[in-house]
Write a protein of this length. Structure first.
Length: 255
């Protein structure tokens, strides 16, 4: 049993964060998926499809919250592959020999994913402002919106780490997060759910990402919804708890 103290554990987590972020920075595909692909998607939806959607206002104002969530989801495959690669190549066991805290290994992956997500979110918001995005949100609304973004990133990161831990190969790890990447497309991210066809509309209304998007949209529009926010935080808490417990159990079993 490890006797690593809290300061040592924090030092281990910082070391793992630096290691994982260095790997991300050296992988062009990961950088593209995490930071550039969401921007490309924004340009496509705003300039190519934007005029086809009737959202009751400027499409850029409607689409930006959904594209922020897409920015979070697009960077998840790289995390799952990285976690699975560490498990498959025996790197985790090397860290165990070095007496590195087990929690630090997991936290390092989560923190690196969150930093990558924040970069992608900043890129999407910056491009949105360049395209005419002018939300009437107050400073308090912006702080709340940032809180929703961070909570979503945190929850998605833990769930992705768990999926990467559970996957047998890096290839299957990349495929395991496809539902998390595709779900925002079948939500209110791109078009209002009530404009979708029967069946798809009900799915979009009750799936996890829609309340997160609508909560974020409400804050940015200056009209927050307590119901959507409560549902969004509940989903984020559920994902985070499941991801944390699942990843810890899998880590203890496989490492």
């Amino acid at each position: 049993m490890s006797t690593i103290t809290m300061p040592a554990s924090l030092s281990d987590a910082s070391m793992m964060l630096g290691r994982n972020f260095t790997h991300i920075a050296r992988t062009p595909v990961t950088i593209f998926n995490a930071a550039l692909m969401p921007v490309v998607m924004m340009l496509i939806f705003v300039y190519v499809f934007g005029n086809a959607f009737d959202v009751g206002g400027h499409y850029i104002d409607y689409a930006t919250p959904g594209l922020i969530l897409l920015a979070i989801s697009y960077g998840l495959s790289g995390t799952a592959v990285s976690v699975s690669s560490d498990m498959a190549k025996g790197i985790i066991n090397r860290f165990k020999v070095m007496d590195v805290s087990r929690s630090a290994i997991l936290i390092g992956h989560v923190a690196a994913t969150m930093l990558t997500n924040l970069v992608a979110i900043a890129a999407v918001i910056g491009v949105a402002f360049a395209l005419g995005f002018r939300p009437p949100a107050s400073a308090t609304d912006w702080l709340a919106a940032v809180g929703i973004m961070v909570a979503t990133s945190f929850a998605a990161s833990w769930l992705t780490v768990a999926l990467g831990m559970a996957a047998k190969t890096p290839e299957s790890a990349g495929m395991s997060v496809v539902p998390l990447i595709m779900l925002p497309f079948v939500s209110s991210a791109i078009v209002p759910a009530d404009k979708m066809g029967q069946g798809i509309r009900q799915f979009a209304q009750y799936q996890p990402f829609t309340p997160i998007i609508e909560s974020l949209r409400g804050f940015l529009e200056g009209h927050p919804s307590g119901g959507y926010t409560a549902a969004a935080l509940a989903w984020c808490a559920g994902f985070a708890v499941v991801g944390f417990l699942w990843s810890r159990a899998t880590f203890n079993k496989r490492a």
